[in-house]
Design a protein around this ligand. Sequence first.
Ligand SMILES: C[S@@+](CC[C@H](N)C(=O)[O-])C[C@H]1O[C@@H](n2cnc3c(N)ncnc32)[C@H](O)[C@@H]1O
Length: 225
Amino acid sequence: MSVSDSSLPDELRAGAEALGLQLTESQHTQLLDFLALLQKWNRVYNLTAVRDPREMLTHHLLDSLAAVPPLQRHLQARDLAQPGRAPQLLDVGSGGGLPGVVFAICCPQLQVRCVDTVAKKAAFLQQAAATLRLPNLRGLHARVETLSGPFDVVSSRAFASLADFTGWSRAALAPQGVWLAMKGRQPDDEIAQLPPEVQVFHVEQLQVPGLQAERCIVWLRPTGS
Ligand SMILES: C[S@@+](CC[C@H](N)C(=O)[O-])C[C@H]1O[C@@H](n2cnc3c(N)ncnc32)[C@H](O)[C@@H]1O
């Protein structure tokens, strides 16, 4: 089944509405085009174990879209505190661009960098930026440990333990920056293993349309920032 001849556009529209997202027609099209790109290049670039387009919609696209309203609220608050500079986000271990590409589509004011250690995944992300005409998106081929910032938000999904994620990306975080970790069930064991320099300031439960599974964002920042 191809993305274009199915009911996926309606399902995406309904899912976005359920999340309270006001997508423009062009954002809706970009999200569907991204889904088609993932589907088309998955075998070549080994981007995701999910093959079925409908499953890709719920498990990847809607799952990432669920984090957009919390991110937008954070960016609005940040704009009030630090007006004048375009916010920068680094998505760590982005793979096929989840959630980084979805964030770049839904938040055009946000400069998004997606980093991955695997060259062909970074190449796919660069290709996605060009094909989807996203001037605010760039794919980087690097280990996150080698990057410096300043990034206002450093995100990850299905990446590493909270301690490794925050430790490896600490140098990339802006002074007032925050980490946004997308997780399934609230990871109490990982939270307990965090070093004293890192604090969790919010665990936000997410409801993904069409997915009966626990999802949350763990928001973190350096202690004392
Ligand atoms: C399980 S995948 C998750 C991909 C995507 N975030 C998602 O939710 O589908 C983890 C990704 O992290 C990348 N990765 C692992 N260690 C890394 C590091 N130190 N720096 C950057 N990327 C890394 C891997 O190449 C892989 O693409």
